[in-house]
Design a protein around this ligand. Structure first.
Ligand SMILES: [Zn+2]
Length: 303
């Protein structure tokens, strides 16, 4: 669903050809509204209003339960912007922003703009919390092999991603707490075919620092959480599988932020293993020691 783009041309008083013809109904629309809100990809909406100074305020509203990063390009006609364009900015979950204000240069001439908006789920230049320690994304007491590690030669070139060789049907657990921002489980097939790259099932969890944990190749109908849901480390997110571009059943896990080019940049992270806190290595198996929940928190009042 991400990496899409939307574009429109907006002219003063123009809500699209249909409305121009029916000139009369313009009178009913408040003078402040210059462009009716229009929504794209079920992800964001964009409109424009006139502020008290008569300037045109372009507003963007995020409809998703996670932050999106947007690149807004605009062609201006008889308008000047208060910021350099194109503009790359992050819009927090379910929030509205006014990224740019346009000044009309000649009030008596026609004015307009054309926008092109590209977006991706995630936070621009998210600063990963280096103190964060991730749980191994499977059952406590279980031990699994890291079949491919950071910068692995098979498919992880230039990527800080890990493949855990989980058999199909294995519960996948949250490695870190956060908010589920996107899920997919309609795909049924997997194999060493590049065309399957965009056809993998997954769960994405947005962490407190804005980075995203991505759990990929889940089984068909194998997601157990929904967008907007808060999850704690250790909670079951879904069932491991073999969907998408794969050479065999496994869980691909990565943590990433977003660059100004609206690309993902993956981040190396540390896990809690039976040997302590460490970065994981390809070719080694790791036991999930589980967590000793702080008893103190549960002590009865006045203990
Ligand atoms: Zn992988």
């Amino acid at each position: 669903m991400e990496g899409e783009s939307a574009s429109r041309r907006i002219r003063n008083g123009s809500f699209g050809p249909a409305l121009l013809i029916a000139g009369l109904c313009l009178a009913a629309v408040p003078a402040s509204v210059q462009a009716q809100e229009e929504c794209f990809d079920n992800a964001f909406c964009l409109d424009a209003v006139r502020d008290d100074a008569g300037q045109v305020l372009v507003r963007v509203r995020n409809l998703l339960p996670g932050a999106i990063t947007m690149r807004l390009s605009m062609e201006l006609e008889n308008l000047s912007a208060d910021r350099d364009l194109p503009l790359v900015f992050t819009l927090p979950a379910e929030r509205r922003a006014q990224p740019v204000r346009l000044r009309i240069e000649d009030e008596y001439a026609r004015w307009g703009y054309r926008f092109d908006a590209r977006w991706i789920m995630g936070t621009l230049d998210a600063t990963h919390d280096s103190g964060a320690t991730y749980d191994l994304p499977f059952d406590a007491g279980a031990s699994w092999l890291v079949g491919q590690g950071y910068n692995g030669r098979t498919t992880h070139q230039g990527k800080n991603a890990l493949d855990f060789n989980l058999p199909e049907g294995t519960p996948v657990r949250a490695a870190r707490s956060g908010t589920v921002v996107e899920v997919e489980d309609r795909y049924e097939h997997g194999g060493p075919d590049q065309s399957l790259k965009s056809r993998a099932n997954f769960v994405k969890v947005e962490h407190e620092d804005g980075t995203i944990g991505n759990y990929v190749h889940l089984v068909h109908r194998g997601v157990r959480v929904r967008p907007g849901q808060r999850v704690r480390e250790g909670e079951v997110l879904g069932i491991s599988g073999n969907t998408g571009f794969t050479t065999g059943p496994h869980l691909h896990f990565e943590v990433y932020g977003i660059t100004t080019d609206l690309e993902r940049t993956t981040i190396p992270v540390h896990f809690r293993t039976s040997d302590g806190r460490e970065e994981l290595r390809e070719g080694r198996s790791y036991l999930n020691p589980g967590r000793v929940r702080e008893r103190s928190a549960e002590r009865p009042r006045g203990w």
